[in-house]
Design a protein around this ligand. Structure first.
Ligand SMILES: [Zn+2]
Length: 262
């Protein structure tokens, strides 16, 4: 969503455009007027405008600017092919003119090799009125609840703009304070891209296993009642694997509590 914001510092009023997440209303970024200002079609003048960093840039015509940004939106799932075609025909087809709906988080799913845009603040809580908006035939809260019940891997979870639940185990986050089309991956102090992991994927020996073996160990552990009683929530998120030095130790521990792992 786009909204105007006015701040008053020592009597000087500054006006800015704030972009917020469609699902949770959290501020995603502040938009500078130069990012959305466009020339009227067929205006022969060369118009320049000051950008965020105070340098002068040429103002473009709507279609040219649109072509620049739609590619980036499509890549991140913020527009699908049909919507992109519609936006090209009539820019008003995009929800906010030159901007698509924004989500508060954008990550590259390393396993699937795709960029996902989603809201990770949605709660599977029917009492929170914020998440009762119906998207894709179901409330956001209900969409997430369906998946939380069956998730066994402690993936990072969020709900995309169409109501689909996004799950990721290994990912890199994009910085949300960058202009659309100029995204950067989050880096550490030394400039190395940060890889984030969830649940059992944090543990090196587990991550090195084949994915069908990972699935086999997760199911085996979660079916073993006494192992569940002993380690509780850690078995649901599977962070429990970090307690053991290798696969053999983990298998022994599960089997000593009644499991049947090989
Ligand atoms: Zn959000």
């Amino acid at each position: 969503m786009l909204r105007m914001d006015f701040t008053n510092t020592n009597g000087i009023v500054t006006q800015s455009i704030i972009e917020t997440c469609e699902h949770c209303d959290e501020v995603v970024r502040t938009i500078h007027i130069s990012e959305i200002a466009v020339k009227a079609p067929n205006d022969p003048r060369t118009i320049r405008i000051k950008d965020k960093s105070d340098s002068l840039v040429f103002m473009k015509e709507k279609n040219e600017r649109l072509a620049e940004i739609t590619g980036s939106y499509i890549k991140k799932g913020l527009l699908d092919d049909v919507e992109a075609a519609e936006a090209k025909r009539d820019p008003k087809g995009m929800k906010y003119g030159l901007r698509a709906e924004a989500m508060c988080s954008e990550s590259i799913d390393i396993d699937a090799g795709v960029t996902q845009s989603f809201c990770y603040r949605v709660e599977a809580n029917p009492d929170n009125p914020k998440f009762q908006k119906v998207v894709g035939g179901r409330t956001l809260s209900a969409s997430l609840a369906r998946f939380e019940k069956t998730d066994t891997t402690g993936s990072r979870m969020g709900v995309d703009r169409k109501g689909n639940v996004i799950k990721m185990k290994n990912f890199k986050n994009l910085r949300m304070d960058r202009e659309i089309g100029r995204e950067e991956i989050e880096k550490d102090d030394r400039g190395t891209e940060l890889i984030k992991r969830k649940g059992p994927q944090i543990t090196d020996w587990f991550r090195a296993l084949r994915s069908d073996d990972q699935k086999y160990l997760i199911q085996g552990a979660q079916r073993t009642e006494r192992f569940l009683e002993r380690y509780g929530e850690e078995v649901k998120t599977m962070k429990v694997v970090s307690r053991f030095r290798n696969r053999a130790e983990f298998v022994d521990a599960v089997n000593s509590l009644g499991g049947e792992l090989r």
